[in-house]
Design a protein around this ligand. Structure first.
Ligand code: HEC
Ligand code: HEC
Ligand code: HEC
Ligand code: HEC
Length: 450
């Protein structure tokens, strides 16, 4: 059952007000479209459905142990929920972390980056700037005021597009539209030497191999895996990257074609549907020129999804064991240098697995790339285990215990994470710091209980 909660209504009404103010300064012609657009944009508040991905795949908890993602990880849902979801999720704890976590949640972050500079913004804490995040993903994230020209307000995104030789200002409207999505639907890391500001690691290019080359050259790691001791890197929703190498991208079929297809308003004027969602919205308008059968296409996507799920399950099983085996060797005091090659194989395999699977919709966006990455990840994870086996033979004192990952609770127990305690701390933070103080997050426990 879908249920609209108070916080989303608040966010929606804030948007309606913004829309109305902007509309009044527009030529009459645009006003109608802006009303319809604003209504469709606000309606993402009804895209409430989400999945608890850690419950669906408890192995993720073991693979991401110590990274923060082991605490809570959900599928994405409506843009109107971005501010309240990031506030209530266990990963942001009591708000001590960097304000960088706000970067992709709404126009408030771009405004503050403008005022404080990138490092100034990133060096504030998440809690410190929460009350400035008044609007969840909104018009100004993609449009200039006044004429609604497309824009990229985030400096990290502008720099990234320039790095891959696609500077925003020089792109046609289609690519500019895709780049507005790519500000947020893209992989990133927090730059430790720059106050943890957001950076998109496309220095050599945007493929998994070239990003890995950059991380390896810099000897960068997001976190040290507490079980195996491997220096890990985390991929984060690289939708833009996968799509940019697809047959669709080549043909100019972009995120906008599929997720914001054109519609007509009450007066027959065309506008882009701003209810961005994960549903198949407009086969006839957007796809039927090149594809004949909707049923067939849906079946094809479902098949690809199944293939990807199968491949990822195999890689996950290998990586779970590899971390446990390396952990046993570490406990038996085998040196890091002796295990180095195996730990690097774990790092590289998990990076590719993550790059393929943390991208929501890879089965629709670029299944070929997803499957290729998983095939390489499988080889690398197998190689890691072969190296570890040699060491386990050499050091018989090392006793491997494989974890019980049969449920989310069992997996949390295996890594020593107390979910109930973290939840209680979160509730206290929300009650003390957030409720009644952060305008777009007023009724948090409700949005979380979804
Ligand atoms: C300012 C950052 C930002 C921008 C710009 C942005 N998104 Fe999102 N998007 C998010 C976040 C954050 C979520 C997850 C919200 C949640 O789960 O609370 C999300 C969720 C989604 C979802 C899931 C929706 C659902 O109902 O399941 C889709 C699809 C999506 N975005 C596509 C797009 C497309 C296409 C564009 C460009 C037109 C775009 N996004 C632009 C941040 C952004
Ligand atoms: C050819 C059409 C097409 C293009 C182009 C496209 N998408 Fe998608 N996208 C889909 C489909 C179809 C799904 C849902 C797959 C399914 O039903 O499982 C999806 C899923 C998603 C999801 C996951 C939604 C969820 O709730 O899990 C996100 C996020 C997303 N797309 C963002 C983007 C972004 C950002 C771009 C551009 C960089 C893009 N898409 C380009 C068709 C497209
Ligand atoms: C995630 C990015 C994004 C957000 C947020 C967004 N838009 Fe758009 N908007 C687009 C894109 C992309 C287009 C299509 C531009 C093109 O190709 O002509 C568009 C088109 C428009 C147009 C031109 C008419 C049309 O539909 O083609 C207007 C007006 C507009 N948007 C208003 C708004 C308003 C008002 C809001 C906030 C309620 C908003 N947009 C939020 C990306 C966005
Ligand atoms: C301009 C032509 C064009 C349009 C418009 C278009 N597609 Fe495609 N699509 C292609 C081409 C070309 C391929 C690649 C065919 C191949 O490689 O076999 C493709 C492949 C696909 C695939 C298969 C991906 C895979 O490898 O399994 C899916 C799914 C898909 N399209 C969905 C959509 C959807 C959904 C829309 C509309 C929202 C759409 N397409 C619009 C041209 C288009």
């Amino acid at each position: 059952m879908k249920r609209v909660n108070f916080s989303t209504l608040m966010a929606a009404s804030a948007l309606l007000i913004t829309g109305a103010v902007q509309a009044s300064s527009e030529p009459a012609k645009l006003t109608q479209a802006v009303d319809a657009i604003t209504a469709s944009w606000s309606s993402t508040e009804t895209n409430l459905e989400r999945h608890d991905l850690l419950a669906e795949r408890p192995a993720l908890i073991w693979l991401w142990a110590g990274s923060g993602y082991d605490k809570q990880f959900n599928s994405p849902r409506g843009h109107q929920l971005a501010v309240s979801d990031v506030t209530t999720i266990l990963r942001t704890g009591s708000g001590e972390k960097s304000a960088s976590c706000w970067t992709c949640k709404g126009p408030g972050s771009a405004k503050l980056i403008d005022e404080l500079g990138e490092n100034g913004f990133a060096s504030r804490s998440f809690a410190e700037v929460g009350s400035d995040m008044t609007v969840s993903v909104g018009c100004k994230d993609c449009h200039a005021e006044g004429d609604y020209a497309l824009q990229l307000p985030r400096p990290h995104a502008q720099k990234a597009m320039a790095k891959i030789h696609m500077p925003f200002a020089e792109q046609n409207k289609r690519m500019q539209g895709a780049q507005t999505c790519g500000q947020c639907h893209v992989t990133y890391y927090f730059q430790p030497e720059q106050a943890n500001r957001v950076n998109i690691p496309w220095i050599f290019g945007s493929s998994a191999d070239l990003i890995e080359k950059y991380y390896d050259t810099r000897q960068f790691y997001d976190w040290i895996h507490p079980i195996s001791g491997a220096p890990m890197v985390k991929a984060r929703h690289p939708e833009f990257e996968h799509w940019s190498r697809s047959a669709h991208a080549e043909l100019g079929v972009t995120c906008i074609t599929c997720h914001m297809p054109e519609q007509k308003d009450a007066n027959g004027r065309a506008f882009h549907d701003h209810n961005v969602s994960h549903t198949w919205q407009n086969f006839d308008g957007a796809c039927s020129g090149c594809h004949d059968s909707e049923t067939q296409l849906k079946q094809q996507v479902a098949n690809r999804k199944q293939q990807i799920n199968q491949a990822r399950t195999e890689v996950e099983a290998l990586l779970v064991k590899a971390h446990a085996e390396a952990g046993a060797l570490t406990e038996a005091r085998v040196s890091f240098s002796e295990m180095g090659a195996a730990l690097m194989d774990i790092r590289h395999a998990q990076w590719r697995w993550d790059f393929a699977t943390s991208s929501h919709g890879v089965h629709a966006h670029n299944p070929k790339e997803g499957l290729e990455l998983l095939a390489v990840a499988k080889r690398q994870a197998t190689m890691a285990r072969a190296r570890l086996e040699v060491l386990l033979d050499k050091y018989p004192d090392a006793k491997v215990v494989y974890p019980d990952l049969s449920s989310k609770a069992a997996a949390h127990k295996a890594i020593g994470f107390d979910e109930a305690k973290a939840q209680a701390q979160k509730e206290a933070f929300l009650a003390e710091k957030v409720k009644g103080k952060w305008p777009s997050v007023t009724s948090l426990s409700q949005s979380q209980s979804q």
